[in-house]
Design a binder for this molecule. Structure first.
Ligand code: PNW
Length: 487
């Protein structure tokens, strides 16, 4: 049977397909100054006036540091097989550096959490870095702007973590969305540390050069840590490691205009292939070399040897689609998108999808299927784990509780997106093996604060961070029950 939303209902996912939910440390943990934790760049950034829309920060967040048992209980209730969470580097090595002390209390917290997840028969998947760099490393040497220092400190941190947990954790993600760290952090300035060439946003930063330096640092750091894992830990413990990249789907603004069609490819290359081409193909995409010239820092032979072939799986974060219109003339010096515009309507005024609470997110499930196929073709049929997918809802935060928990819009989003992914697997032959919904619960949505909610669980920030399941929480398991083949 066909569907207006672009998926058939006959397809099946393989019997070994796994699903669950995802979160990140700074967005949920709170306990910002407990048991030896020191500030990360997100503590500092969120406390800088004007950086977060509702003036909030992650001091308390979902209080997950004190409520791990509640988080495990809802995971269990929803039937999740997997939980992806990230570690706060600032809890484990509070000052961050390779000569700074390791905080045993930080390691103990995560160690117990991992044990408790296993006891509940939920597999932990760990993201080593989800944007919360120890603030001291930014102050000390500029964080990822200093490749040698950053790579050495990140490698040390990763080794401490692997030593502590690789007996019990078998899937690792080195970085969450390096595009966001580079572009939102160093070009647009909307994320920590907020550097940009836009002097209305920040008096410091060079959005023309810095994002490309940061991107390379993160790639080399990823390659270095994968090498450490494969040489020092994988032989004993097995396990897999990869990076998670964000990427949304482009449709041409004018489907008849070859320049818009070309711009769609450029959009994918600037957002995804910047990182994925070096990892799978050993070089940057030509479109980026052409536009950025010597600003795109070259890899040494040694560096590219570390980066190429460094993914055991492709971690895919995906949310939405855009119409893409090419720009005429030379790109702006600080352009980071490939000289094009992101639009929500095509030439004829057709919307790409409905509005949400985020100015960047318009759902379009067929785009998910198309992007899965595009990745599969370009990167030689990699094993893909969808490590985030989800939506906010326009005005959700203003609804009375009984309406808010009846989140039909999100339920439909998951039906459409999981259906589209199932077609990508069953019809298009994409090797997608895992799906994690963003997010297990409402949490600190970065520069949007708490007013934007992505959770399948409502978190009552005014009443002791109580967790209340929304309709979508229990729907996801039912959807997968229908799609996953029985053994
Ligand atoms: C991802 N954008 O971030 C992150 O991995 C999550 O931590 C986050 O909560 C989730 O998506 C929802 O936003 C993004 O502006 C944040 O294009 C912003 C953008 C993209 C991804």
């Amino acid at each position: 049977m066909g569907s207006a939303n672009g998926y058939t209902t006959q397809s099946k996912l393989p019997a070994d397909f796994a699903w669950g939910f995802a979160t990140a440390s700074y967005q949920i943990e709170g306990a910002y100054d407990e048991d030896g934790r020191l500030p990360s760049i997100w503590d500092t950034f969120s406390k800088t006036p004007g950086k977060v829309e509702d003036g909030t920060n992650g001091d308390v967040a979902c209080d997950s540091y004190h409520r791990t048992h509640e988080d495990i209980a809802i995971l269990k209730q929803y039937g999740a097989k997997i939980y992806r969470f990230s570690l706060s580097w600032s809890r484990i090595i509070p000052l961050g550096g390779r000569n700074d002390p390791v905080n045993q209390k930080g390691l103990e917290f995560y160690s117990k959490f991992i044990d408790d997840l296993h006891a509940a028969e939920i597999e932990p998947i760990i993201t080593l870095y989800h944007w919360d760099l120890p603030d001291e490393l930014l102050k000390r040497y500029g964080g990822p702007l200093n490749q040698d220092e950053y790579v050495a400190d990140y490698a040390n941190y990763a080794r401490v973590v692997f030593n502590a947990f690789s007996d019990r954790v078998k899937r690792w993600i080195t970085f969450n969305e390096p595009w966001c760290s580079s572009v939102l952090g160093y070009n647009i300035g909307k994320h920590a540390p907020g550097r940009t060439s836009d002097r209305k946003t920040n008096p410091v930063g060079d959005g023309v050069r810095e994002p490309w330096i940061v991107g390379k640092t993160l790639l080399v750091a990823h390659g270095t840590v994968v090498d450490i894992y494969r040489k020092e830990f994988k032989p004993t413990h097995g396990g897999e490691i990869g990076i998670t990249l964000n990427g949304d789907w482009p449709e041409p603004w004018d489907a008849e205009d070859p320049a818009d069609i070309e711009a769609c490819v450029r959009k994918l290359e600037f957002a995804i292939s910047w990182f994925a081409d070096p990892i799978y193909l050993g070089k940057y995409p030509d479109s980026m070399i052409k536009q950025l010239g010597e600003r795109l820092p070259a890899f040494t032979a040694e560096e590219i040897a570390l980066v190429k072939g460094s993914n055991d799986f492709y971690g895919m974060n995906h949310y939405c689609a855009n119409y893409i219109r090419h720009r005429e003339g030379e790109p702006e010096p600080d352009d980071s998108a490939g000289n094009l515009d992101h639009l929500f309507e095509d030439k004829f005024g057709n919307p790409i999808g409905p509005e949400t609470n985020c100015d960047w997110l318009r759902p379009n499930a067929l785009g998910f299927r198309k992007l899965l196929k595009w990745l599969s073709d370009r990167y030689g049929y990699p094993k893909i784990y969808v490590t985030e997918n989800g939506t906010s809802i326009k005005g959700e935060n203003d609804l009375p509780l009984e309406e808010l928990v009846n989140d039909e819009f999100r339920v439909q989003y998951y039906r459409d997106y999981i259906g589209a992914m199932t077609d990508a697997a069953a019809v298009d032959g994409v090797n997608v093996k895992m799906y994690l919904a963003w997010s297990l619960m409402d949490n600190f949505e970065w520069s949007e604060g708490y007013q934007t909610r992505f959770g399948v669980t409502f978190v009552d920030y005014e009443n002791g961070q109580k967790r209340i399941p929304k309709k979508s929480a229990l729907t996801i398991g039912k959807i997968f029950d229908d799609y996953i083949s029985k053994k």
